[in-house]
Structure formats: C-alpha cells, structure tokens
Design a protein. Structure first.
Length: 91
C-alpha cells in the first residue's frame, strides 16, 4: 500500500527551492547565533541546491556566501578571544 504520491519533476524542483531558501535563512541566522553549526549546514544546502539546478540560484548563492561568512565570523571571534567564543560550561 502506497501512502505518498510518486516523486515527479515538480517535486524535485520544489525541494531544491526549499533547500535554497533554507540555506539563505540558516546563513542569515548563523551570523547572530550558532555560527559553528548553522554555517556548514547553510553551505551544504546551498551546494546541493545549486548542483540540482535550483531555479532560485541567487538565493542559494546568498546562502552559500552567508554560510562562509558565518565561518569567517567564527574565525574572527576565535582569534580575538584566543579560544572559542562560547563555552560548554558557561565559564
């Protein structure tokens, strides 16, 4: 018994649009919080969306740029503080 419809070309296209938008949003949020986690996720989603030929190419490129910027911000903060800018134990 099949519970879902078979995948179609339109479904795959919509998936890549979602990946492009998600990479943009995660990259943007990652500039403020959790850049060590959200930056790489934004980069991977953007690259997958671009590789699959998303119609939202500009949004995916923005997500890629913001993901890279997240990691750059993390690097700057780590070099300024001399260690990670966050602490697991809050100290």
């Amino acid at each position: 018994m099949r519970l879902t419809a078979p995948a179609s070309h339109a479904t795959g296209r919509r998936d890549t649009e979602g990946m492009a938008v998600a990479s943009f949003v995660l990259g943007l949020v990652g500039l403020l919080v959790l850049n060590v986690l959200l930056g790489p996720i934004a980069i991977v989603l953007a690259l997958v969306a671009l590789r699959r030929g998303t119609p939202r190419r500009f949004r995916a490129l923005l997500g890629l740029g913001l993901g890279i910027a997240d990691l750059a911000v993390l690097g700057v903060l780590a070099s300024v503080h001399g260690s990670a800018p966050w602490s697991v134990w809050g100290g």
